[in-house]
Design a protein around this ligand. Structure first.
Ligand SMILES: *[C@@H]1O[C@H](CO)[C@@H](O)[C@H](O)[C@H]1NC(C)=O
Ligand SMILES: *[C@@H]1O[C@H](CO)[C@@H](O)[C@H](O)[C@H]1NC(C)=O
Ligand SMILES: *[C@@H]1O[C@H](CO)[C@@H](O)[C@H](O)[C@H]1NC(C)=O
Ligand SMILES: *[C@@H]1O[C@H](CO)[C@@H](O)[C@H](O)[C@H]1NC(C)=O
Ligand SMILES: *[C@@H]1O[C@H](CO)[C@@H](O)[C@H](O)[C@H]1NC(C)=O
Ligand SMILES: *[C@@H]1O[C@H](CO)[C@@H](O)[C@H](O)[C@H]1NC(C)=O
Ligand SMILES: *[C@@H]1O[C@H](CO)[C@@H](O)[C@H](O)[C@H]1NC(C)=O
Ligand SMILES: *[C@@H]1O[C@H](CO)[C@@H](O)[C@H](O)[C@H]1NC(C)=O
Length: 412
């Protein structure tokens, strides 16, 4: 209205300036007539707007309701024969409720690790998160997702079997192994049917991060997974299940090791083309083996800012697996990160690989040292339990580990 009047006034010839301001309008309308005309036209426009608004709202409401229901209760991308016709055509509340309860259970806990989703679909699906924290389901005990990144079989599987025994319902297992690995896992094993759709991974190559994100995304699909642990085929647990479970569940922090390392194998791997997304002062190094919570896992699978930068510029001797997560977390999620990992490893001998432990290296004294031999902060207090896992243990070490585990690690 003001604009309309302003323009009108400006178009008036200069003589009007000497007369009272209302003079010019009087040529066509008297003042009251003009205002009435104005009011009427605005009412008309307002009415039209209202009508269009109401129609649109009604239409969109119908549309989005159907859309949402189909989205939420169709957990796989394969066309699902169940609910589509049932839910969308039925207005009967009881029917909808019983159906959704079944679907909710499947939605919360996909029972298979294998699926047909592409990486893109998988990451997209895993990046969703509920705003309401309490799950409306009785079948919800928080679980720890143990994610094994291996070449072939989980070499120390018998030790892990012993570790998991009796704790069913408190953990989930995911295995990412070479797509060319064709070995089988006996049905009685906790590792049976836990392989996820995998792609090739080469040591030191950036596709290692792709595999980590794939493991995280698969584990995120099970909404009861609340903690996420990345393990290699040479990792062992240092404590029994209940100790590890409580340590992870009660922690207020995430465990991604991150530190600034000035040398060639630290800052030396930074590529200045990463600017302005990543500055040299933000570049971090750390162990690949992490322990994190659900909130951070979702952030990692949905990172579309730093991942492409690393993918493009972290090549040829850059070792993305030692830098991507430490750098990402130190830039965006450092507040809850402890900057340490719970996986013990020995780099003291130097070289590109950490020390490996054979049969004779595994002694009671050595295991005790790994369990209680350091000091660190846990939930703001000093503790001597700083590592829950350790590497690298060779398959030859298995029989001694199996022998000592019940006694030292108090496996049942
Ligand atoms: C509708 O739901 C009922 C009860 O769960 C089920 O038996 C039936 O097969 C469903 N119908 C369709 C068309 O999916
Ligand atoms: C809903 O369906 C149930 C059984 O399928 C029936 O007993 C009940 O009367 C229906 N309610 C309404 C409001 O249609
Ligand atoms: C993947 O798709 C193939 C063929 O399209 C099908 O036979 C197989 O059952 C599907 N696997 C899963 C886990 O859905
Ligand atoms: C498994 O793969 C190896 C080569 O990696 C091949 O020689 C062997 O025949 C395969 N076994 C089966 C059962 O497919
Ligand atoms: C697990 O180990 C702790 C000591 O680390 C011990 O106190 C506890 O009793 C053990 N739990 C079980 C179920 O054996
Ligand atoms: C850790 O959490 C468990 C439940 O998961 C609880 O029983 C236990 O007392 C907690 N321990 C500490 C030290 O907070
Ligand atoms: C972890 O490192 C960041 C810097 O990268 C620092 O701001 C933060 O205080 C550190 N956190 C702890 C617990 O030391
Ligand atoms: C393992 O034991 C062998 C033989 O006793 C020894 O030479 C080697 O240094 C030990 N390795 C480590 C990492 O301690």
């Amino acid at each position: 209205m003001t604009i309309y009047m302003k323009n009108n006034k400006q178009k008036e010839p200069s003589p009007a300036s000497s007369s009272p301001p209302s003079y010019s309008y009087r040529r066509f309308f008297s003042a009251p007539q003009y205002h009435l005309f104005n009011l009427f036209s605005h009412l008309l426009i307002f009415g039209f707007g209202l009508l269009i608004g109401i129609t649109l709202t009604l239409f969109l409401k119908n549309f989005s309701l159907n859309f949402q229901i189909q989205q939420v209760f169709t957990p796989s991308f394969s066309p699902s024969p169940i609910s589509t016709s049932n839910i969308t055509t039925s207005n009967n509340d009881t029917k909808v409720v019983t159906l959704t309860r079944d679907r909710l259970r499947v939605f919360l806990k996909p029972d298979k690790a294998m699926h047909n989703m592409s990486d893109e679909e998988l990451l997209w699906k895993a990046s969703m998160f509920p705003k309401i924290k309490e799950v409306p389901s009785k079948h919800h005990t928080p679980k720890v997702a143990f994610m094994f990144l291996t070449k072939g079989p989980v070499l120390l599987a018998p030790l892990w079997e012993k570790f998991f025994k009796g704790n069913e319902g408190l953990f989930s297992i995911y295995v990412h192994s070479s797509p060319y690995f064709n070995g089988t896992v006996p049905q009685s094993s906790v590792f049976h049917g836990r392989r996820i759709p995998s792609k090739e991974v080469r040591w030191g190559d950036f596709n290692m991060i792709g595999a980590e994100r794939r493991l995280l995304a698969n584990a995120l699909l099970d909404l009861s997974n609340q903690r996420f642990v990345l393990l290699s085929e040479s990792c062992i647990p240092l404590f029994n299940f209940s100790t590890i479970y409580n340590y992870l569940m009660n922690s207020t922090e995430t465990f991604i090791e991150a530190y600034d390392f000035p040398g060639q194998v630290g800052r030396g791997r930074y590529n200045s083309k990463m600017k302005p997304y990543i500055k040299l002062s933000q570049w971090r190094k750390g162990s690949q083996w992490f322990q994190i919570d659900r909130a951070l896992a979702i952030e990692i699978v949905s990172d579309q800012r730093y991942y492409p930068v690393f993918k493009k510029y972290c090549r040829n001797g850059c070792y993305g697996d030692e830098h991507y997560l430490p750098t990402l977390v130190s830039i965006k999620f450092w507040e809850r990160n402890s900057n340490r990992t719970l996986t013990w490893v020995d780099w003291s001998k130097g070289g590109p690989h950490p020390s490996r432990y054979m049969r004779m290296n595994v002694t009671i004294g050595f295991l005790k040292k790994l369990r209680y031999g350091s000091r660190c902060q846990y939930n703001g207090e000093t503790t001597n339990i700083c590592h829950l896992f350790a590497r690298k243990f060779m398959p030859h070490a298995l029989d001694r580990l199996m022998r000592f585990a019940p006694q030292i690690m108090q496996f049942n």
